[in-house]
Design a protein around this ligand. Structure first.
Ligand SMILES: Nc1ncnc2c1ncn2[C@@H]1O[C@H](COP(=O)(O)OP(=O)(O)OP(=O)(O)O)[C@@H](O)[C@H]1O
Length: 470
């Protein structure tokens, strides 16, 4: 038993071992975590699934792909999530698990979590699929594609929900292309991009003289999409008065152009998308419940890229192959450290951001291997506190924001400062020279001393070279 079961802390003992064995008989492979999210016990079944070195004291982010904060958020949410075991070699495929945590408490005191694991069948999980310009090997995405195929054949409205860059517009196009309306037009309109009055006339059209500048009749998107599909992107941003009109359109299949009187029949299928939880918008009074029910006959949720970490590297390699095919530089592989950074990065802009990051790396890098230095600056600068041990006076962050920081000996040499995501820092050439002198010319070390990425250091030196100040 000792070999297959490890435990830690006062919670342990024979009783706990038996209890965990019994729990596994009911609930399957189980891990116990303490209140700080460190492993306190691994059940025998879980041990059979996890690498041998997983044991007491290890933190969740040392076992699974993802930043510590995100994994803790998953524990706290008590929702089911997909996690992948941290890969140990460049070639090792990420092994996905379905994970659900329940908190353990005693007399109101938090003891930690019980984490149930279920391994996803290898044959199901590794299958890759291309679907209308999208690629995935994630089972949830593949299930989503099947739902899209079914929904496409009907007239039902579809509401797509997902973060920016997850592929909502692609899915909307697929719904149209697979539908009996494929021969008709597909039109898309972004409800967040236009002022309310303009949005109404863009959607329903207007008659000549309806407002200043309306010099001729305009058909509007509904009529232009006649016999086809209209994609309402960012539908949650639609202003309330327009929501009422949209509801009427969905009920009567007619529109009234701005400045017009007569209803005009329209035969259009509506697909909408939002990055917001529409239900919450309804609860908060910002969106009409009746319209939500009309729009979401088939709701489809697109998972964020970080929730399907097995897709990150293969997609990155496909994007690189695409850029290689355009000629010029050839990137043949991604270095292990860059792979790790990419797996751990939260990708707030999802697949769009991944594609852009690969384009950036393709442009910036110089070798056949893409290294972490080729990745965009946010990989280094947003993820961690920036330390400026040299001459803090030249940094744009106001001195009042300098905070004490408990950490490494290097940081203790000078006051470190936090730089908020998106905030820019400026490092003078003088500082770079001093850092390079301190680092005996080693750029990576100099960049680390300055708290900037190697790409930023390289770029700053290049700019200085170009304007002759180097
Ligand atoms: N699974 C995927 N495989 C390959 N490319 C993808 C995938 N998902 C999205 N993309 C690409 O990512 C980019 C963004 O996709 P899309 O515009 O459909 O996202 P979106 O969710 O509609 O974004 P937004 O809400 O910001 O409009 C596009 O270039 C698209 O081709």
């Amino acid at each position: 038993m000792k070999r297959v079961f490890r435990e830690r802390g006062e919670e342990g003992g024979q009783a706990l071992q038996h209890a965990l064995g019994a729990l596994e008989a009911l609930a399957g492979p189980t891990l116990l975590l303490d209140e700080r999210g460190r492993v306190s016990a691994v059940g025998p079944e879980a041990r059979g699934l996890l690498p041998r070195e997983v044991g007491a004291g290890q933190r969740l982010h040392e076992i699974f792909v993802g930043a510590a904060d995100e994994l803790h958020a998953l524990l706290r949410s008590q929702r089911e999530g997909m996690l992948s075991l941290r890969s140990r070699g460049e070639r090792e495929a990420l092994r996905p698990f379905r994970v659900r945590a329940t908190p353990r408490t005693a007399e109101g005191r938090a003891l930690g979590w019980t984490v149930h694991l279920s391994s996803c069948a290898a044959t199901e999980d590794r299958r890759e699929e291309r679907f209308h310009g999208m690629w995935t090997q994630d089972p949830r995405m593949r299930r989503l594609f099947r739902i899209v195929e079914k929904a496409a054949k009907t007239q039902a409205t579809v509401l797509l929900r997902g973060e920016s860059g997850t592929g909502k517009e692609r899915v909307a196009c697929a719904l149209h292309a697979l539908s009996p309306r494929a021969h008709g037009p597909f039109r898309a309109i972004n409800c967040a991009a236009l002022a309310p009055t303009l949005l109404e006339s863009e959607l329903f059209g207007h008659v000549r003289g309806a407002f200043t500048g309306a010099v001729r009749d305009s058909p509007g998107h509904f009529r232009l999409a006649q016999g086809g599909t209209l994609f309402l992107d960012e539908v949650a941003e639609m202003p309330p008065e327009l929501q009422a009109k949209m509801l009427r359109v969905l009920e009567t299949h007619t529109i009234i152009p701005v400045g017009g009187r007569e209803p005009v029949s329209v035969d259009v299928r509506i697909i909408s998308a939002t990055h917001r939880a529409l239900r919450r918008e309804v609860e908060q009074g910002r969106f009409r419940a009746d319209l939500m029910y009309r729009l979401r006959v088939v709701p489809i949720f697109l998972p964020a890229l970080r929730e399907r970490p097995g897709d990150i590297l293969p997609l990155a390699e496909q994007f690189l192959a695409e850029f290689n095919a355009q000629g010029g530089r050839q990137v043949k592989r991604i270095a292990p450290r860059a792979r790790r950074q990419m797996e751990e990065y939260p990708w707030p802009g999802n697949v769009r951001e991944l594609r852009n990051a690969m384009e950036y790396a393709h442009v910036m890098g110089e070798r056949e291997t893409l290294t972490e230095a080729d990745l965009p600056p946010e990989f280094n600068e947003q993820a961690r506190p920036v330390r400026l041990p040299l001459s803090p006076a030249s940094v744009t962050t106001p001195a009042s924001e300098v905070e004490a920081h408990s950490c490494s000996s290097r940081a203790s040499r000078a006051p470190p400062r936090e730089v908020a995501p998106g905030e820019t820092i400026e490092v003078s050439l003088d500082e770079i020279r001093r850092a390079l002198a301190l680092a005996r010319g080693r750029r990576a070390h100099a960049a680390e001393l300055l708290g900037i990425s190697r790409v930023t250091l390289w770029r700053r030196l290049k700019e200085a070279e170009e304007d002759g100040t180097a």
